[in-house]
Design a protein around this ligand. Structure first.
Ligand code: HEC
Length: 90
């Protein structure tokens, strides 16, 4: 079943579908880990029940269509001297 139909089948009971999207879901972007955590929370807090295979398919679908590059912070980048805060004298 395509991911969108899975979301419709398993989420739209609480997340109403409108304007081609699902309430609270469609405006968000998350990493695959983020979507997985969301689904774990939906289970714990809201009693969502999903088979492992279905859950994986939904995570893959959401990460593909509403994904986010894996965060890769570079702590050194902001400290380089090349930016607008460039030192002008010593
Ligand atoms: C039994 C009802 C119920 C079901 C089923 C359900 N949700 Fe939720 N969900 C909620 C409620 C209520 C909220 C708002 C309160 C909250 O965030 O816990 C919410 C919030 C969210 C949010 C926004 C907050 C966040 O963590 O980003 C996302 C995204 C989300 N749900 C995704 C899903 C997906 C995807 C599914 C289907 C696989 C799903 N939900 C199934 C009840 C449900």
């Amino acid at each position: 079943m395509p991911g969108r139909d899975l979301v419709r089948a398993h989420c739209s009971g609480c997340h109403v579908e409108h304007d081609g999207g699902f309430e609270r879901i469609s405006a968000l972007r998350k990493t695959p880990e983020g979507w997985l955590m969301t689904l774990a929370r939906m289970r714990q807090v809201h009693g969502l029940v999903l088979d492992d295979g279905v859950r994986d398919s939904i995570v893959r679908y959401l990460a593909d269509t509403q994904g986010l590059a894996r965060p890769n912070p570079r702590p050194d980048a902001s400290r380089s001297n090349g930016g607008p805060m460039r030192r002008t004298s010593i």
